[in-house]
Design a binder for this molecule. Structure first.
Ligand code: ADP
Length: 187
């Protein structure tokens, strides 16, 4: 019996999955920009899943704290889910501080098309914005192990994309990410 060939009905299905890994300080703009990118990609027919750091800590990483070991475990769990999605053609987007370089690189090692996006908003700017009031509380000593204040942030030395958000709108930063994906045939 002659085998039929299924017609390709959606060009987007041919594009490979990838993982857009946003990293940066609290309040840098990771979630805001990631959400705009996610909406844009969905609008172009891509399957998108956004793993937001705050949300993940309520289920996948419930019970983990903010020690280095717990932060690394949190990043590994997010990374594992993101990599499974990416290898199945999904654009997985993560928005977690993910402060430690080594564990980010570990995730890079197992993830298809890992795109590290450093939201490089300065500590000063994040503190000025302080949308959630967390920096004020951290400075008052109410939040121990707060990244940038009493815990380290290791910036990526060579991320695929660096976003300088000062003087730019979140939409402009999201457009930079989309343009990078187009230039690298991931979109
Ligand atoms: P993060 O996920 O990095 O903790 P959020 O996206 O939750 O950061 O918060 C960043 C805040 O900064 C938002 O309230 C956003 O509206 C604000 N903001 C101001 N200017 C910018 C910008 N240029 N890019 C991104 N966010 C910005």
């Amino acid at each position: 019996m002659k085998r039929g060939v299924l017609p390709v009905t959606c060009a987007a299905m041919e594009l490979p999955g990838c993982c857009l890994w946003f990293t940066g300080l609290s309040g840098a703009g990771k979630s805001t920009i990631a959400n705009i990118v996610g909406d844009e990609l969905r609008g172009r027919g891509r399957k998108v899943e956004l793993l937001d750091g705050d949300e993940v800590r309520e289920h996948l990483s419930k019970g983990l704290g903010f020690s280095k070991a717990d932060r690394d475990e949190n990043v590994r769990r997010i990374g594992w889910v993101a990599s499974v999605l990416a290898r199945n053609g999904v654009v997985s987007i993560t928005a977690a501080i993910s402060p430690y370089r080594a564990v980010r690189d570990e995730v890079r090692g197992w993830t298809t098309n890992f795109v590290e996006i450093h939201v490089a908003t300065s500590l000063e700017e994040c503190e000025t914005r302080d949308v959630k009031g967390l920096y004020a509380r951290a400075r008052a000593g109410e939040i121990p192990e707060f990244t940038g204040v009493s815990d380290p942030y290791e910036a990526p030395p060579s991320p695929e994309i660096t976003l300088e958000t000062t003087g730019r709108t979140p939409e402009q930063s999201a457009a930079e990410v989309v343009a990078w994906l187009e230039a690298h045939t991931l979109l």
